[in-house]
Structures are given as structure tokens and as C-alpha cells.
Ligand binder design. Sequence first.
Ligand SMILES: *Cc1c(COP(=O)(O)O)cnc(C)c1O
Length: 395
Amino acid sequence: MKKTNIGTEVVWAGERDYLAFGATQVPVVHSVSFGYDDMDEWYEVAIGNKKGHIYGRNTNPTVQAFEEKIRILEGAEAATSFSTGMAAISNTLSTFLYPGDRVVSIKDTYGGTNKIFTEFLPKQKVDVTLCETGNHEEIEDEIAKGCNVVYIESPTNPTVKITDIYRITKAAKKQNALVIVDNTFATPINQQPIKLGVDLVIHSATKFLGGHADALGGAVCGEKELVEAIYHYREINGATLDPMAAYLLLRGMKTLSLRINRQNENAMAIAKYLQTVDMVEAVFYPGLIDHPGHEIAKKQMSNFGGMLSFAVKGGVDTVRHLLPKLKYANRAANLGAVETIVGPSRTTSHVECTPEERAAMGIPEGLIRYSAGIEDIDDLIYDLKQAFDALPKES
Ligand SMILES: *Cc1c(COP(=O)(O)O)cnc(C)c1O
């Protein structure tokens, strides 16, 4: 049978079983519980022998349609969902980690993830080693010392560094470690980590999957046995995705392919433009040939994504003048929406860190994160240009 392309899957996948009353759109089922007149049927559903729903903290039809769509897009056996991306990350780690276990990851994970590694897991007596992002030898050496979980994010926040997912997964498998990849920045349109051998793929659906900055959510995809264990943790601990949010995310995902293709193009054009601007010291985008992760990105991604960052001369002062002048950008902490979003790294992804910590992570104080929206590229470039032109002249 001919394999369906992902641009068609984003529109159709996962919805058919959830269309009731001849509806062509997945209904939002707000009911907290699901009733049964037949006591035996109720029991069969409750113990999982028969399909159906019991209570909204466990399962819900609208939420399941969302899980089914992301499962198909990531090419996974199973998927489950969460109230936020951070819930997906923390519940997944809590499902598999025990006191005395060891995690190997990178320094550049999402700020919240980094806090789990540095603040919360140590409290549970889990040892965490964070390697220099992009230093594959160091990551492999740490993995070889023995570990239970290898956690990767690629590309990363905010300097869009790239980790070779296949290479690190191979090293992890030698230690029988579970490999988890946060695929939020790439989305399944640009990168499918399960094809590279990883066990679990995590998303903050809040970002590109939903795409409209109007719903929080998270997802985990992978082998059935692993996902069932994570689902069990979540159904008891309660970080359940709300049905209305699931609906908004599902609706957003129908245009995922259109949006990401446009955002890929816009980000590349913006990155190339920024390289020509005098006030810009450095541009970070994996699509640029001088980006240190470019070759790996080319190998493991079908395109380079909508996220980039750049450092301006004059540091925080320039940022303070430049960003308010942009007409077509929200100055906000999120990313991956249809509107362009900008923000200084020191107030967005790495607000929890001190200036010294940020410097140690290679994050200049004048670094600006840029999430390319779906606007017309001419307008985005013009907008940046007028903002740079209006900067106070250096005396
Ligand atoms: C935003 C984000 C998260 C956290 O997701 P929330 O939905 O905000 O909880 C995790 N990972 C990455 C890469 C993110 O950008």
C-alpha cells in the first residue's frame, strides 16, 4: 500500500474513530465521567478488556484523538498526553528513574528541564551529568561510565545547537539506557527521532504542534510498553490534558506541515539577512553552513526549523532599544506560533540563570531568540531593517 505523506497525515490522521454523529470534526467531550447501565460492560472497560472511557483523568475521546495524531506523525507504536510539555518531561523521568540511577544529558536543555536535572532529580537521589552540548566525545564518555537514561534535545534553546541523535543513541544502547529526545523545536515535519533509534519522543505541544499560542499541552510517543508505564504514572498523578486544549491542539496540527514549511523558509531568510547587518555580532541557525551543527542537522533533519537566535553589538542596551521597535513580533516567552516572537534569552529560556551562568553556557547578554512566524518574509525583513535603522547611533 502506498505510504501516506506527512502533509496529508497532519490533516487526517487519528481522527476517524472519534467522529460521532457524522461530525467531520472531532467533538470536544467535556464530560468528566462515562456511564454504563451494564455492570459487566463497565467492569470490562474499567479493567481494560474493552475499549471505552471511565473517568476524565484517565482517558477522554478528544484527548485520545490528539494522542493518535501525534503518534502517527512521529511513527510511534503508542502515545500519551499531558497538561503541559513540562508535565510530559517530569512524568516520563519519574516513571523510569529510581534512587541511585544516573542520567546523562546536555547543558543546553530547555530551562525547565535543566531545573529538573539540577534541582529536583538530585533530591530524589538521581545523579545527573550534564555535558557540553555538541561535544559528542564527552557525552559518549559519560554514557560509557554507565547510566539509565540519556536525555537529548536537538536543536536546543537558545543557540540552536545540534546533537547527533543516531550516534548518541548507539552509545546509550550499549549501556541499555533509555533514550529520550525532546523534539519540540524540530517537530515531526523536520525530524523523526524514532527512525533514528530513540525510545521516547517528547513534545511541548504548546509550541509548534498547536502553533497558535492558545493552548498548553504535552505528549510522549514510543513503544507501547514504555508509553503504558508513563500513562499509568500520569493517570494517577493527574497531569491530564484538558479536552478543550486537546481540541485546539488538534485543530492547530492540521496546518502543521504548511506552517513549518513556511517557518523553515522564513527562518533561513532571516538568518541570512541578519548575517549582513552591522549591528549583529553572531547568528545562530543550523541551516547556515558555518553553524557547527550544520552537517549533522543536514543528516538527521529534513529542514532546519523556525528557531534562530542572534547576538547584537552593545548587549542588553541594544536589545532594549531594538525589540520594542518591531511591529510584527510579539515580545513574549513562548515560541512556535503563527506570529513571529522575539525575546532576550536572559528573560526567556534562561531567566533562571545568573549572568555568569549564562556566559558559561555561551549565551551572550545581547542574545535575542527569534521564532519565525508565518508572515510574508519581505515584511519580516523590512521590520527588522527599520528597527536596526532606528537604533541610537553610537557616539
Ligand atoms: C516550552 C518547552 C518545553 C516546556 O513545555 P511547556 O508546555 O511550556 O510546559 C519543553 N521543551 C522545550 C524545548 C520547550 O520549548
